[in-house]
Design a protein around this ligand. Structure first.
Ligand code: NAP
Length: 291
């Protein structure tokens, strides 16, 4: 038997010992990474650098929206990465002004052109804007895009139970995902229970509350004990609740740090302690009244 060890080939980059990001199986069978990268409030130019850093760190899911004005910046980073399309998971969103059947189809075409893609993995109605009463028509258009294979999974964002119930009753199609504001300061227990009962995956936007929960005593105590940052503790809490998360950062060290949450666990007592941070802390608009 030959026991001579083969020296590592210095021309082959070492595969980082980072555990694979788990996926959530959506209600139509599509697998979505549970941890992705958000690009809200990043200029189009800066977005290319941020998404490039995220892809290099190991993120494969990117969350943008037409209204962020940076779909082209995302598209440039995806194209330059050389990663196979099937390894990427791209989400974008229909803006409020484009709601309605025909205008949704036109807005989707514009998003796709900016992204430089022939399909997206997840397309979301960004807000219900109930006073305009157009979300059922927008939903029918997204169902059509799904049938045509240009959208792999259809979902919504900022929908309350009444809006979800109406879509389900009128169309018979249950959204795959509802992306909502959710973090330790706004834990959305009732909405999460509704999602669980209907097979809708919960995706948390502003998962770090844009930093507003990072000095909560319950969170800093767990961070001190585990040797992790408060942001890592919060992201771990989300993952253990079953939420999909999309933290945003333009800071390369934070981009890497936010992904390095797959190799530790919060205890049952830690999870219960974070529950005490819940305080109706809404950092964004209220979905019932935002138009
Ligand atoms: N559907 C919707 O209506 C909706 C609304 C809002 C957001 N979203 C989506 O959700 C994504 C995330 O939400 P968000 O951008 O509002 O907020 P977030 O991810 O909760 O927080 C981002 C903020 O936290 C900072 N940060 C990131 N990692 C950190 C760390 N490890 N330690 C300390 N600070 C850290 C970032 O700073 P730096 O960037 O300076 O590092 C930035 O200021 C968005 O990008 C977007 O894709 C969706």
């Amino acid at each position: 038997m030959n026991t001579t060890s083969v020296p590592a080939d210095p021309t082959v980059p070492a595969v980082p010992a980072v555990p694979a990001v788990p996926t959530v199986r959506l209600n139509n069978g599509v697998e979505m990474p549970q941890l992705g990268f958000g690009v809200f409030q990043i200029t189009d130019d800066e977005t290319t650098a941020a998404v490039t850093a995220a892809l290099a760190a190991g993120y494969r899911s990117i969350d943008t929206a037409a209204v962020y004005g940076n779909e082209a910046g995302v598209g440039r980073a995806l194209a330059a990465s050389g990663l196979p399309r099937e390894e990427l998971f791209v989400t974008t969103k229909l803006w409020n002004a484009d709601q309605g059947y025909d205008s949704t189809l036109r807005a989707f075409d514009a998003s796709l052109a900016k992204l430089g893609l022939d399909h997206v993995d997840l397309y979301l109605i960004h807000w219900p804007t109930p006073a305009r009463d157009l979300y059922p028509d927008s939903w029918r258009a997204i169902e059509r895009l799904t049938r045509e294979g240009r959208v792999r999974a259809a979902g919504v964002s900022n929908f309350q139970p009444a809006h979800l119930r109406r879509l389900i009753d009128e169309s018979g199609v249950v959204p795959a995902v509802n992306q909502v504001e959710l973090h330790p300061g706004l834990q959305q227990a009732a909405l999460r229970a509704f999602h669980a009962a209907h097979g809708i995956a919960t995706e948390a936007w502003s998962p770090l509350a844009q930093g507003a929960v990072l000095d909560d005593p319950a969170i800093t105590a767990i961070a001190a004990r585990t040797g992790r940052s408060p942001a890592q503790v919060v992201l771990r809490w989300h993952l253990q609740l079953g939420n999909i998360v999309i933290p945003k950062s333009v800071t390369p060290s934070r981009i890497r740090q936010n992904l390095a949450v797959l190799d530790f666990e919060l205890t049952t007592a830690d999870m219960a302690a974070v529950t005490t941070s819940d305080r109706a802390l809404r950092t964004g608009p209220h979905p019932d009244t935002f138009h």
